[in-house]
Design a binder for this molecule. Structure first.
Ligand code: GUN
Length: 292
């Protein structure tokens, strides 16, 4: 078993981003400014957004956090998004998901200016990604690509199983893995809650990307010898021995797969930190896209 150190790789990426911010400052270019919109009190969302803001400080970005009560109306939220769209100082922003039930997520994402859509969730950018045209890639799939490329795991001709068809992770990474590019050329299966015989699908796969959020679901008897696993699961599980009262657990039972797996990402310290680094990388790319 070879652990893929996402924390270390993300720090390399953050150092690269920090250097490019410093180079911009040296030649009197604008400091990148990332904003986040957070609605409601979801604990995990608050933690993710705070980590994104902290990472901004680390690389020298300016950041803004706009917080709204979960009673905000859809129209109210749209008018706040319009303000951020028009704010010339903000280069990129995200709307943290999930949103409260009374707000139509698709409608909200449609309102984000595609030039500031560093999450890559606007249909314009999502469509470009699907067509293989250069655009903002959603941060988690972008982080997975960085991890696979920097670890030199070959994807060409490999059987790759993506578990989970979410708009944020499963669907985009399945598209990117099948594209005809250096990262890609895999034979992709996208499994979901209605798939049958998941164990058989796992056993046939060279690469498994799991994003289902079921703690330690994947066991050693489900995987092929030497396969690579990218664990995107992040579930809070009660843990009274921790000061927080919980611990973070992935989709894979690391102990159980350890004698068979090739490369694997740990949780925490695998995909999570890469997602944040890639979001910041996307924010830098706003300048390249608008030629500022
Ligand atoms: N919620 C979980 N992952 C993400 C993400 O990558 N972006 C946003 N905006 N919300 C999320």
């Amino acid at each position: 078993m070879k652990l893929i150190d996402g924390k270390k790789i993300s720090e390399q990426l953050l150092d690269e981003i920090k250097s490019s911010v410093q180079n911009r400052i040296k030649i009197n270019l604008k400091v990148p400014h990332l904003a986040a919109i957070l609605v409601g009190e979801d604990g995990a969302s608050k933690t993710y957004v705070n980590s994104k803001i902290k990472a901004c400080e680390k690389v020298g970005f300016k950041s803004s956090l706009f917080k709204y009560d979960d009673s905000i109306s859809e129209i109210g939220l749209i008018s706040q998004i319009k303000k951020v769209n028009e704010d010339k100082d903000i280069d990129g922003f995200i709307v943290q998901l999930p949103l409260p039930r009374h707000i139509d997520q698709d409608k909200i994402l449609y309102e984000v200016n595609p030039c500031k859509d560093v999450d890559g969730f606007h249909p314009y950018n999502y469509g470009k990604m699907t067509l293989g045209v250069d655009t903002f890639l959603p941060a988690t799939p972008a982080g997975i690509i960085e991890l696979i490329e920097r670890t030199e795991i070959q994807t060409e001709g490999k059987k790759c199983l993506v578990i989970g068809r979410s708009q944020i992770v499963g669907r985009p990474i399945s598209i990117l893995l099948s594209q005809n590019k250096t990262f890609g050329n895999s034979t992709v299966t996208l499994a979901h809650s209605r798939s049958v015989d998941l164990k058989k699908l796992c056993l046939e796969s060279d690469i498994i990307i799991s994003a289902i959020g079921i703690p330690e679901f994947i066991k050693g008897d489900m995987i092929k010898e030497g396969s690579s696993i990218i664990d995107v699961g992040i579930t809070r599980v009660k843990d009274l021995s921790s000061s927080k009262g919980y611990k973070i657990v992935g989709d894979v039972d690391l102990k159980s797969v350890s004698s068979k797996v090739g490369f694997i990402t740990p949780v925490p310290g695998g995909v999570g930190p890469m997602t944040i680094a890639c979001l910041l990388k996307n924010t830098i790319s706003c300048f390249k896209r608008s030629l500022q």
